[in-house]
Design a protein around this ligand. Structure first.
Ligand SMILES: [Zn+2]
Ligand SMILES: [Zn+2]
Length: 282
């Protein structure tokens, strides 16, 4: 089976191990957990986005047993070390962004969930303080934090017939600081149109899963991701969705090589580019 060949590699240790217990509530601090997963302390609000922290992603036919592809680099923090978060955000229901074993781990009566339109039923059987859908153009308040769903160019179906499920890109704002999480999207001008009035401090952009060419419509190339970040005037860019799970034909490190080449001359604009690295905006 192809999958077995794909899964023969050893899982590497991340270069950096973050220390969220030392993060200050006055700052916006985040770390990349690999693929599209981020742990964020946004001025005191603890947020997890699209976490998939175990060794595999894919379908989970029985309990937490996962049939799918294996990570190339281990999560810099195991789920057990992250503790309880205030807000769990899932951009869309694809298995690399919506990982049942990880989501089940973070169940808590003190944790709220924002999930894409028509995906609430996927959370059935899990227990959280609240589970709210958020649809394109909608903004939800969470204390002093605001989360807005942005329409990118992707699709949200968990299974092929789940056509009603939306896929969100996400704007997160607090105290005048704005973070854009592109999630999965192909190149689209729609993003800049929706963010025209917003001063973006950091754009987290997917740069992988664009090959074969037919994938590019829904997963931007590194150059297209940079273009979108520039079009929204992002002060910093953080490249994600590469180097963790191989979901497409390009080599595992091709996206970051192309990204760095396209960013030459403006490397100071890159927030971080290693799994486990920490970025602070004080
Ligand atoms: Zn996706
Ligand atoms: Zn994805």
């Amino acid at each position: 089976m192809g999958l077995e060949n794909e899964n023969k590699h050893t899982v590497l240790q991340p270069k950096y191990i973050p220390t969220p217990e030392k993060w200050r509530n006055e700052d916006l601090t985040l770390t990349w957990l690999g693929h599209a997963g981020f742990l964020i302390n946004f001025h005191g609000t603890k947020i997890l986005i699209d976490p998939a922290l175990y060794d595999k992603i894919g379908i989970t036919p029985i309990g937490n047993y996962t049939l799918g592809v294996k990570r190339y680099v281990q999560s810099p923090l195991p789920a057990t070390q992250i503790g309880q978060v205030d807000l769990l955000i899932c951009s869309h229901a694809h298995t690399d962004h919506f990982d049942y074993p990880t989501l089940r781990h973070f169940q808590s009566a003190k944790t709220s969930v924002f999930t894409a339109k028509n995906t609430k039923q996927l959370w059935d059987g899990m227990s959280f303080q609240s589970i709210d859908e958020i649809q394109w153009g909608e903004e939800k308040q969470f204390g002093a934090l605001k989360v807005k769903a942005i329409e990118g160019r992707h699709w949200g179906a968990r299974l092929p017939w789940n056509k009603e499920m939306q896929a969100n890109s996400i704007l997160i704002s607090k105290n005048g600081v704005n973070l854009f999480f592109g999630a999965d999207t192909g190149y689209t001008e729609a993003i800049q149109q929706q963010l025209r009035e917003v001063d973006i401090d950091l754009a987290i952009m997917g740069i992988g899963a664009y090959s074969p060419k037919s994938f590019e419509a829904h997963h931007a190339t590194p150059e297209q991701a940079i273009q979108m970040a520039e079009e929204i005037g992002a002060k910093k860019i953080l490249p994600m969705h590469w180097g963790t799970f191989k979901l497409s034909q390009e080599c595992i490190d091709e996206p970051i090589k192309r990204f760095n080449l396209a960013m030459s001359g403006k490397l100071d604009k890159i927030a971080i580019q290693d799994i486990g690295a920490t970025w602070i905006k004080s």
